[in-house]
Design a protein around this ligand. Structure first.
Ligand SMILES: *Cc1c(COP(=O)(O)O)cnc(C)c1O
Length: 794
């Protein structure tokens, strides 16, 4: 057991750090100074379990897990660390003694937005669960100077501005000057005495920046090691002395570019040389570090698969396979077959998408220019696989002068996993159907999860408190204990308290985020929330078209028996994704019109707070009644937002897509608002010529909604002609085909919400049956099925 400091001790430590670390007197301290002093106080308490975790892993020669990810969407750290150390009460008291406002201090921390969406947030939840489960692990990523762009709306349109979280000291990281590795690019390959020698023509230094990630109860902490790029030579003194200052700084500028920005693409392939360099930079630095640690503890590289499990989060770090083989062959003199087997025994790959436009491919000439030796090894791997597998001709890594990173990752992996039951089935039957036939045991499923510490205990104190009082605190570390709530679903007193907690969260959101938008909303209306990246397959368009159709119906019958509703949207579009940006514009235009309509104002409102991020999700999800998970069936690999909502007692309106399928099975079909085509039906509908036009002609509501946009009822229509045209004539994501069922199901939601007892009963059962979606369960699955590692004792 960890000895918890008292409130007085915390207060004294905060004052100590304010003076001695931050160098400020109390009377001069700003919120920022206090926040850093509080952060250092908490960090001190994490360092102790962190050091002992590192020490015991080394002393026991433990097998380590290495999670390689181009994205870690961490969010704020302080509040989560306080919760995991179970210091929330003591800290409240300490801050009160100091006369400080806790919320103001927590809100002062910028979000670490080193990711785009679900994939990066999954990596962050995994880091927390790995520590909570005492699994020895490192996360490896890039320390982007600028995380995901900041989003503003101007005249309803998305405007991107740079994000600058590192423009201020970051109190959670430790820079490791001694862990610096040289990373090469380009150049040529020479054969010397039968061995290949790569002579890179460019190089940068990868420097480690470590952030400890503490698990639940503060017993264990793992390391998130982010690499920053630095120049190999600081600057060209020669040129500087000659007065050419710009040229003198060139090496520095070149290197820094690599860890400068996060690519803001989500689900589209960027195909840029810089992106490939970033991917190699992360992977090569991670592998050098992994091998350095391994060789400090062992001397036989053939033991690597027994001591190292590498997980590739999507194909972004898939160059790890060829890189590890290059090191084993070129630096350690191993033969091809042995190097291949060791690499395959060490490496595993998680597939996150079936969308063809999101599958990474690099032209052989770009790969050959940036990584000439790796291109050779990729050709050797491909040829070897062709020979040993007896595969058909159309299967392989290199196709039409393109290196297909998915195929490379698959062939070099011991295990390949999908991220929900449905997705894994589709991985087997679509993208990797041929490879699955050749390697039928390789693909496994590990349904995603989210950490209940951040997504329930921290972000929803009202509900967490009610759960503690009703079933005890054990659920936080063992989410299956939520099952005990089932017996309270029919208890009116419990349901009353659950409703009270939800209402308090809705009032908090209304007085905060929504009031900040100049909106005044009714906290007893349904809070209907769709927050996620803006993407055609996620179908925010379906949602806003439903709003238009509902608005029109209310207008036709203003005194009808309507259920008041506040629709809330949140999400960013990739800067180059023009259609997604048009949808944002449309939502804002429709909101501007509907929110000022005196006839409907009390019944329907639309809110779209800009700059959706982790912190905003933490505010919105606890206040949601209805969770919109309405992607076209077969397109969302898993979703994790859907799980966060379920845990927080929102009911889902959703399609049979991704993990929605498992959510519905677990909470019970009667507690889930299902609509829409299945994956098979969607594939068939899409194949029918004129499917969209036929569906629109058959639907008065949809046709009217589209006409209202075209008529200019929501501002000038010209920005929307292309979107309308696509909806009528192409509609690959089947907005039209699913519209009527969606609209009708929303009316069932209206009716269900008016039955308070019934709704609260359903909400209770959703919470009670959400235990499966803890990322602790997911990580246990990876530990057992993929990594073969055990939790460490203390
Ligand atoms: C959970 C989360 C996501 C993923 O949401 P989906 O609905 O699964 O796409 C994206 N962004 C943020 C900030 C999140 O917290």
């Amino acid at each position: 057991m960890i000895q918890l400091p008292s409130a007085e001790t915390l207060r004294d430590q905060i004052l100590y750090h304010l003076t001695h670390t931050q160098g400020r007197g109390e009377e001069f301290a700003t919120t920022f100074d206090w926040r850093l002093a509080v952060s250092y106080t908490i960090r001190d308490l994490i360092v102790t379990p962190w050091m002992s975790a590192l020490r015991s892993s080394r002393d026991q020669g433990a097998k380590r897990v290495y999670y390689l990810s181009m994205e870690f969407l961490i969010g704020r750290i302080l509040g989560d660390a306080i919760i995991n150390l179970r210091l929330d009460d003591a800290m409240d008291e300490a801050l009160e003694m100091l006369g400080l406002d806790k919320q103001e201090i927590l809100d002062d921390e910028p979000d670490a937005a080193l990711g785009n969406g679900g994939l990066g947030r999954l990596a962050a939840c995994f880091m927390e669960s790995l520590s909570s489960l005492r699994c020895p692990a490192f996360g490896y990523g890039i320390r982007y100077e600028h995380g995901l762009f900041r989003q503003r709306f101007e005249a309803g349109q998305q405007v991107e501005t740079p994000e600058d979280w590192l423009n201020q000291p970051h109190p959670w990281e430790f820079v490791r000057l001694d862990y610096s590795f040289t990373i090469g690019f380009k150049g040529h390959v020479e054969q010397v005495d039968g061995r290949a020698v790569w002579h890179p023509s460019e190089s940068v230094i990868a420097r480690a920046y470590d952030t400890p990630v503490v698990g639940w109860k503060g017993e264990w902490a793992n390391t998130l090691r982010l690499w920053g790029a630095h120049p190999t030579t600081l600057f060209d003194l020669h040129r500087f002395n000659a007065g050419d200052y710009a040229a003198a700084a060139e090496p520095e500028a070149l290197a820094r570019t690599i860890s400068r920005v996060l690519y803001p693409d989500d689900g589209t392939e960027s195909g840029k040389e810089l992106r490939l360099k970033q991917e190699y930079f992360l992977t090569a630095a991670a592998l050098q570090d992994i091998l350095r640690r391994f060789l400090a503890e062992h001397d036989d590289l053939r033991m690597l698969p027994d001591k190292v499990a590498i997980q590739l989060n999507d194909t972004h770090p898939a160059i790890a396979g060829p890189e590890l083989m290059r090191i084993l062959m070129d630096d350690h003199g191993m033969g091809f077959a042995e190097a291949r087997d060791i690499a395959k025994g060490t490496m595993n790959y998680t597939n996150h998408t079936l969308l063809p436009e999101a599958l990474e491919r690099w032209s052989t000439w770009l790969m050959g220019r940036v990584l000439p030796r790796h291109m050779q090894i990729i050709q050797m791997i491909d040829e070897d696989h062709r020979k040993t597998s007896g595969r058909p001709d159309h299967v392989g890594i290199i196709q039409h002068d393109q290196v297909q990173m998915g195929e490379l990752a698959f062939i070099m992996a011991g295990r390949v996993n999908g991220v929900s039951a449905l997705h894994t089935d589709l991985v087997k039957s679509t993208v990797f159907a041929d490879l699955h036939k050749l390697h039928p045991d390789r693909i496994v499923n590990e349904t995603n999860g989210v950490t209940p510490r951040r997504w329930l205990r921290m972000s929803n104190p009202a509900l967490a408190g009610l759960l503690d009082q009703t079933i005890g605190e054990g659920w936080t570390g063992d989410l299956d204990q939520l099952k005990q709530l089932e017996s309270h679903a029919d208890d009116p007193a419990f349901r009353e308290r659950l409703r009270g907690a939800k209402r308090a969260n809705k009032v908090w959101l209304s007085d905060g985020v929504l009031a900040g938008l100049g909106m005044k909303v009714d906290p007893d209306a349904i809070f209907d929330v769709q927050i996620k990246r803006i993407h055609e397959y996620k179908r925010q368009l379906l949602n806003i078209l439903e709003a238009i159709a509902l608005w029109r119906r209310i207008h036709d019958d203003p005194n009808g028996d309507w259920t008041p509703r506040v629709k809330i949207f949140g999400g960013k579009a990739a800067p180059g994704y023009w259609l997604a940006k048009t949808v944002i514009h449309l939502i804002n235009d429709v909101a501007a019109k509907i929110n000022t309509d005196p006839v409907t104002r009390d019944l329907l409102q639309i809110a779209y707070p800009p700059n959706y991020n982790v912190s905003m999700a933490e505010d919105l999800i606890p206040a949601a009644d209805l969770s919109e998970q309405i992607s076209t069936a077969g397109k969302e690999a898993s979703g994790t937002g859907n799980m966060k909502f379920t845990m927080n007692g929102a009911l889902t309106i959703g399609t049979l897509d991704g993990a929605n399928v498992e959510i519905r099975e677990l909470v019970g079909p009667e507690n889930f608002f299902l609509f829409g085509l299945t994956t098979d039906e969607a594939d068939k509908a899409r194949a029918k010529p004129g499917h969209a036009r036929a569906a629109i002609e058959a639907s008065d509501d949809l046709k009217a909604a589209l006409h209202l946009i075209a008529e200019g009822r929501f501002g000038r229509p010209d920005p929307y002609y292309a979107l309308l045209d696509r909806t009528w004539n192409d509609d690959p994501f089947l907005v039209a085909s699913d519209f009527d069922d969606y609209f009708a199901t929303q009316r069932k939601v209206d009716a269900a919400y008016r039955d308070q007892a019934g709704w609260d009963r359903m909400a209770t059962l959703n919470i009670a049956r959400s235990g499966f979606f803890s990322s602790d369960r997911t990580i246990r699955g990876y530990m057992n099925d993929i990594w073969h590692v055990q939790p460490m004792g203390l």
